[in-house]
Design a protein around this ligand. Structure first.
Ligand SMILES: Cc1cc2nc3c(=O)[nH]c(=O)nc-3n(C[C@H](O)[C@H](O)[C@H](O)COP(=O)(O)O)c2cc1C
Length: 360
């Protein structure tokens, strides 16, 4: 199947593939810039993005906000001006400040999940920055679209539907996430798309729908498009690329992981997450790890009550401390078996099996 470009307002993305934002530090300027340079839409995750900045220990928020601007600029240099987006979790402490920092740096699009970005239109104002909520159910889609219409007389520029096979935090109960079948979820995707179509009519404009979670190859992309989607968001597959911003050991953990190494864990964010069952996960299942230092990363987190500090666990992971870190993965991580680069991966996704790698 020939994939059509993704049109988001005046932004044109050559291939309808968005690289999902991955915190902490997994998708920053190098990965996102490379994806955009190769015809997709690269997404930087702002979650603790400044973790390796010299002033992070002193004032993590100031370091993060500075790093947001820096990474957007670097990504746009790499992409040679092609659109680049950010992913900002609604649960982030001082969420509006991150939105403003991204808009100021000239980001082209903001995708927000881990909560409903009810006030996002207000924070981006009339900057022209494209905005998209991440939803996992028809109910959430309707709530978002109705809320934005009522309060701001506007609608989403695009919408991301994230299913139960995604990596990182999941918009489902821990029970449901493992029970829902692909067929059932395809039905939900259909319902969400119908809801979005109502809003397209009301606003006389196209609202592209992007499907995420467990998309592995060209065939999966075609399947999402056959359901009525305009594009896909893929995250896990981009980890085992040369350009991914994580430590080499993190990428190797993905390559080595088998299907049975994946587990649903509870996160201080208050949502279940999908991660590798490593020494860290086994430890927190037995007893909570006291939080020795709070990074004030989440709007709602009580360090005295949570089973572990998610910022510390994710920073350990991105730095390559594979046993003491929390390694978020998508359900299909077991199918990733080799290292590649963004160009070859994009070509494989776009063309299917006949893709001929340029090098390696
Ligand atoms: C390591 C990792 C970190 C992630 N971090 C975030 C994040 O910070 N914010 C977010 O909205 N989604 C996050 N996600 C979800 C992805 O953006 C994406 O929607 C999802 O993983 C898609 O499924 P796939 O990995 O099967 O392609 C993360 C996923 C992974 C694997």
């Amino acid at each position: 199947m020939n994939l059509k470009p993704l049109q988001i307002g005046e932004l044109q993305i050559q291939y309808p593939i968005i690289q999902g934002g991955m915190g902490v530090g997994i998708s920053r300027s190098h990965l996102a810039g490379a994806v955009s340079a190769n015809g997709g839409l690269g997404i930087i995750s702002t979650a603790q993005i400044g973790y390796d900045e010299p002033d992070f220990e002193k004032d993590q928020e100031a370091a993060n906000l500075k790093a947001v601007g820096k990474h957007i600029r670097v990504a746009k240099e790499i992409s040679q001006g092609k659109p680049v987006g950010v992913n900002i979790m609604v649960a982030t402490k001082d969420y509006p400040a991150y939105v403003r920092a991204a808009v100021e740096a000239g980001v082209d699009a903001i995708i927000s999940g881990a909560g409903l970005p009810v006030k996002l239109p207000e924070y981006v104002g009339d900057s022209g920055c494209k905005i998209a909520p991440i939803v996992s159910s028809e109910k959430a889609a309707r709530l978002m679209l109705r809320g934005w219409e009522k309060k701001y007389q506007r609608t989403a520029d695009f919408i991301v539907i994230e299913g139960p096979k995604a990596g990182g935090h999941l918009g489902f109960s821990a029970d449901n996430v493992e029970k829902i079948t692909s067929e059932e979820y395809d039905g939900e995707i259909g319902k969400i798309i119908s809801t979005v179509r109502e809003y397209e009519e009301r606003f006389s404009r196209k609202i592209p729908v992007i499907v995420a979670g467990g998309i592995f190859d060209h065939e999966d992309i075609c399947h999402a498009i056959s359901l009525g989607a305009d594009g896909v968001q893929i995250a896990s597959r981009f980890v085992a690329t040369e350009e991914c911003d994580a430590d080499e050991r993190y990428k190797q953990a993905y390559i080595q992981a088998k299907k049975e190494d994946v587990e649903i864990v509870m996160s201080p964010v208050g949502m279940p997450g999908r991660a590798l069952r490593n020494a860290f996960v086994k430890l927190i299942e037995k007893k909570p790890l006291p939080v020795s230092r709070c990074y004030h990363c989440l709007e709602k987190c009580n360090p005295a009550k949570v089973p572990y500090c998610i910022t510390k666990a994710l920073i350990n992971a991105v730095r390559g401390d594979i046993e003491n870190g929390l390694i978020f993965v998508g359900d299909n991580v077991g199918r990733i078996t080799k290292m590649t680069n963004v160009h070859d991966l994009m070509m494989e996704l776009v063309q299917g099996k006949q893709a001929i790698p340029s090098h390696h």
